[in-house]
Design a protein around this ligand. Sequence first.
Ligand code: 5GP
Length: 211
Amino acid sequence: MNKKGRLIVCSGPSGVGKGTIVRRYVEEHPGVELSVSATTRGPRPGEEEGVHYYFISREQFEEKIAGDGMLEYASFAGNYYGTPRDKVEQALSRGRDVILEIEVQGAMKVKARCPEALLVFIMPPSFEVLRRRLSGRGTEDAATVARRLSAAAGEMEKARGYDYIVVNDDLEEALADFGAVITAAKCSIHDMKYLIDEVQKDAQTCNDANS
Ligand code: 5GP
């Protein structure tokens, strides 16, 4: 069996809880990796280099873009964010599934470049719930919260271009839905065609030997 891993893209507005869902899913599924993005924004308290992000300068980021080192990248809230291409491609070719937790512009670029990617959008149950969660997080100042909330409406409009929507009202339910969507994709004809081909080939060999 020589099966490539599955590329999964997860997006959602700031404060919707996508980071928690994705991290929990990865913890519970050892065959799945979370891609570590590069960004030009500074680290938040508790964020570690190479774990949450690679924190790099604008100059370094632009060099990476020029060398086609980013699978996708986007400008968000005044900073660059991007997915280093080599690590994702290596993991997929080793048969590992890879999750990209990225914003909507980047997700659309991945879809154009890798049409087989699974795109999942995490929605809040309402805008009011999102506003309360983002204000209560306490990791950004009021101006940043306001900017992220105004970006959220536009981002949620882009959810229409995704394959699945998972609503994060109750975290455990959202996690179960996220897992179900990934399982469905991994059982799709696109992902399982290799097995039909393999079994058919073995059947042919066996039947030829018996005839
Ligand atoms: P934050 O600053 O809150 O960590 O991230 C801001 C937004 O950037 C989030 O929506 C996050 O999903 C997105 N993001 C993080 N990494 C990447 C990336 O590599 N590419 C793109 N396009 N977006 C990213």
